[in-house]
Design a protein around this ligand. Structure first.
Ligand SMILES: Nc1ncnc2c1ncn2[C@@H]1O[C@H](COP(=O)(O)OP(=O)(O)OP(=O)(O)O)[C@@H](O)[C@H]1O
Ligand SMILES: [Mg+2]
Length: 436
């Protein structure tokens, strides 16, 4: 029989306190727990004590899990029980939710395509979702992840782990030859630890075998390297060939023409020659041809490049360009002599030539500006036109051989070439290369 109860108890049992007084409490105990409850009371009647039990009450047609603390004492011949009831329904709901989350997490981790571990600050493995490197998950637990990597990678990995334990940070390292298998590559992605865990004991690591990816990357790099070397050789050969042709034209044709001119002059010097006038025009023509030959020779291999250097050669090229195309050329240079090897000079000169050819052919510009600047150990060259501009697609199109060639040449001498442009606002080519 309930003698007295507090407000919370009334609320839990869902009846007015007055109504509950003098009613038997046992009517609220769920049927399956009634005998257990009565056994309790019987035990406590003999020996006054306090006991705790988890059982279910039945309130408003539903079961309510509670924790019951029952203490007994004697008052004369009667036994008085004191009940403290703790409603566990919310706790139970949270527990169920937690169980479900854990189940989901486990199935996620078990079915993940990668190896997943948790490690502590010292990289000691506390959990692993599957066997790895021939070790069972049980054998892996307790070992240190850094034991499995080579000496060289150990420090790298330790740093990576340390970073992952800074709240909000994650880190990745790629390692070759984990567990002594020199042929395989793995990527280790650590963390981040949960930000509300200031001193989180562990963080997660995802381990992925990236050997295939690395091999593809390596072979791609090798073939790119090969291609670059091949192009470099081709370039060298072409440059030599140009020089040879230039020398030949200069030596052979130039001399032949000069002799021809001298012969003509000699004939003309003879008195009363009727063909006097004709010969005079022939000499003029030969003069013009000599001029043209000279121009061809210089364009093939501007001797100015060898004699006066890159800056002067570019300036000369720009003035030629202006004369030929009517596009105004502005040259600005803040460096007099540049300490460049012959190859580098020739490569950069050809790049500028291609740049100018593009301006002439595609830009529809009225003005082109070339700037040369050397600061510290870097030489930069700018080619800026005020034409219609290039689109991003044109720049990155692998079939734009002119542009690809320019980039390749600059790369080969250790530099970089960037093109900036927006439609209708001209084009700006920036070349920068290290000065040795
Ligand atoms: N200065 C420029 N202004 C506007 N468009 C340009 C400029 N330079 C290049 N382009 C555009 O970019 C494209 C690619 O240039 P690229 O030099 O690679 O090829 P190309 O000049 O057409 O042919 P080539 O292989 O003979 O050089 C050109 O077709 C042109 O449409
Ligand atoms: Mg071109």
């Amino acid at each position: 029989m309930i003698l007295d109860l507090n407000e919370q108890a009334g609320r839990l049992l869902a009846f007015p306190i007055e109504w509950l007084r003098q009613r038997p409490f046992v009517v609220f105990v769920a049927r399956q727990d009634v005998s257990r409850f009565l056994n309790f009371l019987a035990r406590l009647r003999q020996v006054p004590a306090t006991e705790t039990a988890a059982l279910e009450l039945f309130i408003n047609d539903r079961g309510v899990p509670v924790q019951l603390s029952i203490g007994s004492s004697h008052r004369g011949l009667d036994v008085i029980y004191r009940l403290a009831i703790l409603d566990l329904s919310e706790t139970k709901a949270i527990e169920n939710q937690l169980k479900e989350t854990l189940n989901n997490w486990f199935s996620l981790v078990e079915n993940a395509p990668d190896t997943i571990m948790t490690v502590d600050r010292k990289a000691r493995i506390t959990f692993c979702n599957r066997p790895l490197w021939g070790y069972s998950t049980r054998a892996l637990a307790g070992t240190t992840l850094t034991e499995f990597v080579s000496e060289i990678d150990r420090v790298k990995m330790e740093k990576c782990v340390a970073v992952a334990f800074e709240p909000g940070h994650s880190s990745t390292c790629e390692v070759k030859g984990a567990n002594g298998d020199k042929e395989r590559w793995y990527s280790f992605s650590f963390g981040p630890v949960q930000s509300h865990f200031k001193h989180a004991p562990t963080t997660t690591v995802t381990i992925r075998d990236i050997t295939k990816h690395k091999r593809t990357e390596e072979s791609l790099r090798a073939s790119r390297e090969q291609l670059r070397e091949f192009a470099a050789r081709l370039d060298g050969v072409r440059e030599e060939e140009r020089m040879r042709v230039a020398r030949e034209i200069h030596d052979e044709l130039g001399q032949a023409l000069t002799i021809l001119k001298m012969d003509l002059a000699w004939i003309m010097s003879k008195p009363q020659n009727r063909t006097h006038k004709k010969i005079k025009s022939m000499i003029a023509e030969v003069d013009q041809t000599i001029q043209k030959v000279r121009q061809i020779v210089t364009e093939l291999r501007p001797s100015i490049l060898d004699e006066l250097g890159l800056s002067a050669a570019i300036e000369w090229q720009l003035s030629e360009f202006q004369e030929r195309t009517g596009i105004r050329g502005i040259f600005e240079s803040s460096s007099e002599t540049l300490n460049l090897s012959r190859d580098v000079g020739a490569a950069l000169f050809r790049v500028v030539q291609e740049g100018l050819t593009n301006v002439m052919r595609h830009a529809g510009a009225t003005e082109v500006r070339i700037g040369i600047k050397s600061a510290k150990d870097v030489l930069s060259i700018l080619i800026i036109d005020n034409g219609k501009g290039i689109t991003r697609q044109q720049i990155s199109n692998p079939k734009s051989f002119g542009i690809v060639g320019m980039k390749e040449r600059v790369h080969r001498v250790g530099g970089q070439l960037n093109i900036y442009s927006s439609p209708g606002r001209g084009t700006r080519i920036e070349i920068s290369t290290p000065l040795q």
